[in-house]
Design a protein around this ligand. Sequence first.
Ligand code: NOJ
Length: 543
Amino acid sequence: MTDSLWYQDTVFYELYLRAYKDSNGSGSGDFRGAIEKLDHIQSLGVDCIWILPHYPSPLKDDGYDVADYYGIHPDYGSLDDFRAFLAAAHQRGLKVVIDLVMNHTSDQHPWFQAARQDRHSPYRDYYVWSDTGREYAGARIIFLDYESANWTYDEVAGQYFWHRFYSSQPDLNYDNPAVHEEMFNIIRFWLDMGIDGFRADAVPYLYEREDTNCENLPPTHAFLRKVRRMMDEEYPGRVLIAEANQWPQDLLPYFGADGDEFHMCFHFPIMPRLYMAIRRGNKQSILDILAATPDIPAGAQWLTFLRNHDELTLEMVTPDEREWMWQQYAPDPAMRSNLGIRRRLAPLIDNHKGKWLILNSILMSLIGTPIVYYGDEIGMGDNIALPDRHGCRTPMQWDDSPNGGFSPAGATYFPVNADAEYGYQRVNVAAQEDDPNSYLNATRFLLRVRRQHPELRQGQLIMLGNDDPAVFGYWRVLGDRRTLCLYNLSAEAASFSLDLRHYVGQQLVDLLHQGQTWRIAEWPIVIRLRPYASHWLHVRSET
Ligand code: NOJ
């Protein structure tokens, strides 16, 4: 693998700056604080940090409403602080990817302010307007709990403007070449600063066309390929990541027919199916989505995750499956948001260590590049009393001192979680440091084993055929290296026989449970799996 393909073989850490570490007592995390905590990030064994939007913003959508693409939100520091963060991360060998919000701006952005005030302003055409608000009726509403239309009438402008998200986030008009120019300037500005790439937000929605659902349109792909071409020519080695919450067959075009669009795409549909599988004790949902996942071009890669800063999205499941997921994982309606579930990983799985290990082991060995969402490495909880998606964005819990060591301020942007099970008094980094069985050390351990075993990252994926719906297994094979990843998804013990006749005379070493080794002397071997067991069985010659 050449250096320019670094992103194919990494682990990402998703960092929400506001929540991470407050260096100046403002009650909000900032870049200087995040610098103090780079040791923690590095200690996990991740390779790349993805930071959520850091731009000046009225924060109606937590920074995904950008008011200035060239700046830093004053709560987070200055451009110098950003540079210092980048340099400190790079010094540790950590890459940094930032969010690029291309589809829309904040309504506070000077472009929109100028546009709404003057029909003849050159900025008017930066946005999408209508006299009737009836166009593009085929486009769905994404923030269903908050918006009733994709058009909002603006009194000042005297027209309706188009928005796929909050009405405080007017969509940019990509039919206007000046918008392309602006985006290219923004992209160059941050790449010149030395960042390693972009997570491009909400890319399916850049263009609108009548009689379509206004998603994944050909001119959208054409523009995105233009961005990629420029990056390849001017900034080789930097990565472009698509946030496109779509079915696998609709995602494939985002890689480009010749691998000439995005380097990476989030694989959204697999995520809810991991939760389905472990709740049902049945692997079928995972097998189905893997079967529906196309091969991707050389040089491309999937990004996979268990949780992120948004609701656990249920857009990519059937209506019946969505109902079932809501019943199982969000029995309280307050846990639901839009088409999803606003809870964190640990509470979703009832803080069950076995389930945590299965989900994380699958994440670290199945396909693609995994992402760890800040706080999930210590099993942080959520706070559904907070609005929107903020319940999963509470301050990082560093220790059991006031505010969990996050901030010396009297009041923080949102309260540090202090509930009985997941509060900072019990769940924090310091408490987990010396506990070999903690989530923190389990995260480090999984990442270390993944790093030591290239087959887990790059190997061919071969599903294990067996009849027990609860026993989920796959081989990862790279050259003569092979590891069988094996899980019991149910609360019942399981046993099945495995034909390893080709490996007689060799050993099976369980990478997840150190010291457990079996000689392969006969076949079939009968393997017994405890409830919710995880094993990574590596074949090794006895010498
Ligand atoms: C996707 C982001 O992850 C989400 O947080 C945001 O609200 C929307 N895009 C709109 O930018």
